[in-house]
Design a protein around this ligand. Structure first.
Ligand SMILES: O=P(O)(O)O[C@H]1O[C@H](CO)[C@@H](O)[C@H]1O
Ligand SMILES: Nc1nc2[nH]cnc2c(=O)[nH]1
Length: 213
């Protein structure tokens, strides 16, 4: 499947676009890497010595962005190093190429009921990417107190924008998905806490990254 060139420079793909990319890759490789390495300019050779190598050109992967900079081959390379599955990105994406980080807007409604389809459509038109019933009040108060805040929200369900859609959101589904993803979130939290001293260092050096935390 090839996307039109114009589509390739969109900053964000939808959930369904990313799902298609994931399924396409999962069905073509047996590698299930836990380590991913993004190779900088001219450093694509870091992937040269992997065993059981499997290479996909970015342009052949559905919904995948393409590299435009010389020295960035534009390949996703799966392989093993010391028996561990890895994936290398031979070519990365830069702000100056028109790519940017995928940021989302979280919006809160007071609940306890879920938003109606009309309300969901309104939030969508206003630019919201996700909706919950919490977090905003806590963050507002925390910022007033001068605290630095990191909000982690688990996206548990799709919000319906369509009257013909049969499925309705329900709290049981939210709890079920939360339970399924709790371990993953726990790992994110553990890693974050373990590395929080790095964040301190980065903040103290006034690196732009500090704005993300
Ligand atoms: O925001 P938390 O408390 O995680 O729970 C969210 O999930 C519930 C909806 O199923 C609501 O209570 C909403 O606030
Ligand atoms: N407002 C809102 N809060 C949620 N919390 C979990 N799922 C939802 C949802 O679909 N809407």
């Amino acid at each position: 499947i090839h996307l039109k060139e114009a589509n390739r420079h969109r900053n964000c793909c939808s959930f369904d676009d990313c799902k298609l990319t994931t399924e396409w890759l999962l069905s073509r490789t047996r590698h299930r890497p836990k380590i991913a390495i993004v190779c900088g300019s001219g450093l694509g050779l870091l992937a040269d010595n992997v065993s059981n190598k499997q290479t996909f050109r970015y342009e052949d992967i559905p919904n995948f962005p393409v590299s435009t900079v010389p020295g960035h081959e534009g390949c996703l390379v799966f392989g093993q190093i010391k028996g561990k599955s890895c994936v290398f990105m031979q070519g990365r994406f830069h702000l100056y190429e028109g790519y940017s980080l995928c940021k989302g807007v979280y919006c809160m409604v007071s609940g306890p009921n879920f938003e109606t389809i009309a309300e969901a459509r309104m939030l969508h038109i206003l630019g919201s990417d996700s909706v919950g019933m919490s977090t905003v009040p806590e963050v507002t108060v925390a910022k007033h107190c001068g605290l630095r805040v990191l909000g982690l929200s688990l996206i548990t369900n799709k919000v319906s924008l369509d009257y013909s859609r049969e499925e309705k959101v329900n709290h049981e589904e939210v709890l079920q998905i939360s339970k399924m993803r709790a371990e993953m979130l726990q790992n994110v939290l553990l890693t974050f806490i373990a590395r929080s001293h790095q964040v301190e260092t980065i903040n103290n050096s006034n690196c732009i990254y500090s704005n993300a935390v």
